[in-house]
Design a protein around this ligand. Structure first.
Ligand SMILES: O=P(O)(O)OC[C@@H](O)CO
Ligand SMILES: [Mg+2]
Length: 238
């Protein structure tokens, strides 16, 4: 008797994606650990600890917004302004950021989307000067990005969870792009909220230490970018 062939069943398409926006820190780059290290060192000098709950609030934010949060929430306001706090961090970051490595699956996914003509870009809360330092070893990957929007861009009035940065990133693609056709990749709760506020779909690749309640607004949650299935989003398959 001939063996019965079981037809392959494709998963339903979640959305029809034509354009992709990548977050940077903690998503494309393993750079959050450097910001954490520097924050711990500065706070340690004042006998303060830098805990995970504060780190979660800072993820994805513009540098000055993060600095304000640290200074206010750790009671440093009497000894330091957010601006001085940023300056304190800078020297150590200048040493650490150029050593930044890519996260798992980045090379494969970015190269795949680029090779298949899907317009891709970066939207990061961090400033342009830090983008340059962090990406200097990874020129090939970042040359595939159509554009980069950083947190100090004049169009980014408010950081994530405001949709400003993702709407600015969408405007800089060629032609008019409907936000419903844009997929954002993010690691931060504030970034998930920003993408949803911009009317976009969002795949979250969270730090495993994040509490599950932070994951619920994401359209999909993955352990790493290497688990992403383009077909589920109407994108060309690997
Ligand atoms: O928006 P991203 O690229 O995550 O960067 C902002 C912040 O998380 C850096 O500590
Ligand atoms: Mg991030």
């Amino acid at each position: 008797m001939a063996e019965e062939r079981v037809p392959e069943i494709s998963p339903p398409i979640r959305a029809t994606i034509t354009h992709v926006i990548f977050d940077l820190d903690g998503l494309l780059l393993d750079s959050e650990k450097f910001y954490t290290e520097v924050q711990k060192k500065i706070l340690g000098r004042f006998g303060k600890t830098f805990d995970w709950s504060l780190k979660v609030k800072m993820l994805g934010k513009k540098a000055i917004e993060s600095a304000r949060l640290v200074v206010e929430e750790t009671g440093l306001s009497d000894v330091m302004t957010p601006e001085v706090y940023l300056e304190e961090k800078e020297e150590m970051l200048q040493q650490l950021l150029p050593t930044t490595e890519l996260m798992l699956g980045v090379k494969q996914l970015v190269s795949h989307l680029h090779a298949n003509g899907i317009p891709i870009c970066v939207a990061t809360g961090s400033p342009a000067s830090h983008f340059k330092l962090k990406t200097q070893k990874h020129g090939e990957i970042f040359s595939m990005m159509h554009h980069v929007v950083t947190g100090d861009d004049p169009e980014v009035k408010k950081g994530k969870p405001s949709p400003d940065i993702f709407l600015a990133a969408a405007r800089r693609f060629e032609g008019t792009v409907d936000p419903r056709n844009i997929l954002v990749f993010e690691d931060a709760p504030s970034g998930i909220a920003a993408a949803k506020n911009a009317g976009m779909s969002v795949v979250m690749v969270p730090d495993p230490r994040l509490d599950v309640y932070h994951l619920k607004e994401a359209d999909q949650v993955l352990s790493s970018l290497s688990d992403f299935m383009p077909m589920e989003w109407g994108l060309p398959t690997f």
